[in-house]
Design a protein around this ligand. Structure first.
Ligand code: PMV
Length: 383
């Protein structure tokens, strides 16, 4: 049997692989079958992640314009139960129902259907079944923390679990993860990285073995200081951001600094590779801060230009710099495409940084809200 790396081959070959995998017999196009009246149910939990080298800009079918690296988080996660049963109506192409915290959420359905339409060529069974999702996030809805990375990866894992359960040829754990990452990427680029423990790379880069534009891979051999790294997310601004990441990525097309930025990200991935092995916390922190500010500089120099910082974002950054300068504390920040601030620090600085957060940063958070998170173990099957 070919392994998932055949995704790198042409689409025709990929298709054959998919059919082979889910029918269990080479060249037989027999679809997965669950008999009428039966339901397959699976539950996966998948975390959010925070990029240190940022993915910003894409090509073609969700191919990143540059490689990225993220730490996988632990506490901010989505748990999704997917119930799959044979479709009893032919009215729609996809039959999807979504419940968020046990409340029916029809507003989530278009996004899931769009995701299904993107992966349908690799998962042709999607139009033969009805899908009911029960999903819950550990972080508050509209907190400004994007649920797309954790949500899409949890759903992708449920689908791959279903495929594996009904395939005569079973996937290995790593094939399952790569396949789920491949699907997750088509839902939301950064979701591809959430599946793996500690740290993951998405996007081909010579320093990272087996790295691919099509799915993320786990980075092995990360220094132990980073395996216990801490991330406190300051909820500076709640609610939906004014410009979505989808628009932000699109604005990198024709951006005057795009090519230089993509080169810089590649160089930063090289530098990061060394840091991840030698455990240099200060080097990691400063590279990460530079990446965050570059991401926002890309937004401010796009056409049309825009700003996602809030005044409190800049106030928090200045407090972090002052704490580092005045007290030598190992505390750093990074930012997503939004106003919230991720405060990064090693376990050894935990007590000092948490006191600093309560005294200086908590007053800058909306309603004083923040979430203490840490580098985590990746997605897991719950049942
Ligand atoms: O996965 P998307 O399309 O939501 O884009 C994520 C972009 C950043 O969070 C800003 C960077 C990254 O690599 O996660």
């Amino acid at each position: 049997m070919q392994n998932i790396d055949t995704y790198c081959l042409c689409r025709e070959k990929r298709k054959h692989y998919i059919y082979y995998l889910y029918s269990g017999k080479k060249n037989s196009m027999k679809p997965i079958t669950i008999s009428q009246g039966h339901t397959y149910s699976t539950t996966w939990s998948s975390p959010s992640n925070i990029a240190l080298v940022k993915y910003w800009g894409k090509k073609g079918e969700q191919i990143p314009a540059n490689p990225s690296f993220s730490f996988t988080l632990d506490k901010c996660k989505t748990t999704t139960t997917l119930d799959i049963s044979p479709m009893d109506t032919c009215e729609e192409e996809y039959s999807v129902k979504v419940y968020l915290n046990d409340t029916c959420e029809p507003s989530f359905v278009p996004k899931i259907k769009e995701f299904f339409a993107r992966i349908k060529q690799y998962a042709p069974y999607l139009s033969d079944y009805s899908f009911t999702l029960h999903t819950a996030n550990t972080f508050p809805h509209s907190s400004g923390i994007a649920s797309s990375a954790s949500g899409m990866s949890a759903l992708a894992l449920c689908l791959v679990d279903f495929e594996n359960a009904f395939s005569a040829v079973k996937m290995s754990e790593s094939q399952m993860k790569h396949r789920a990452s491949f699907y997750a990427r088509l839902g939301s680029g950064s979701a591809s990285r959430s599946i793996y423990p500690v740290g993951a790379v998405w996007g081909e880069h010579p320093s990272y073995q087996n790295s691919s534009d099509l799915y993320a891979v786990e980075v092995e051999g990360i220094h132990k200081v980073f395996t216990t790294f801490l991330d406190t997310v300051l909820l500076v601004e709640k609610g939906k951001k004014s410009v979505s990441s989808t628009i932000g990525h699109a604005l990198m097309k024709g951006h005057p600094y795009a090519e230089k930025r993509f080169l810089q990200a590649n160089e930063n991935m090289n530098i990061l590779h060394t840091i991840l092995q030698n455990g240099d916390v200060n080097a990691l922190g400063t590279l990460t801060e530079s990446e965050a500010l570059t991401l926002h500089a890309m937004m401010m120099t796009a056409s049309p230009y825009y700003i996602l910082f809030a005044p409190a974002t800049i106030a928090a950054i200045n407090e972090i710099w002052a704490e580092r300068k005045n007290n030598g504390t190992q505390v750093y920040f990074t930012l997503d495409a939004g106003a919230n601030v991720h405060v990064l620090y090693p376990e050894s600085a935990k007590d000092t940084v948490r006191t600093f957060i309560d005294e200086k940063l908590k007053p800058l958070c909306a309603g004083g809200a923040y979430i203490h998170d840490n580098v985590g173990g990746g997605a897991e099957k719950i049942s």
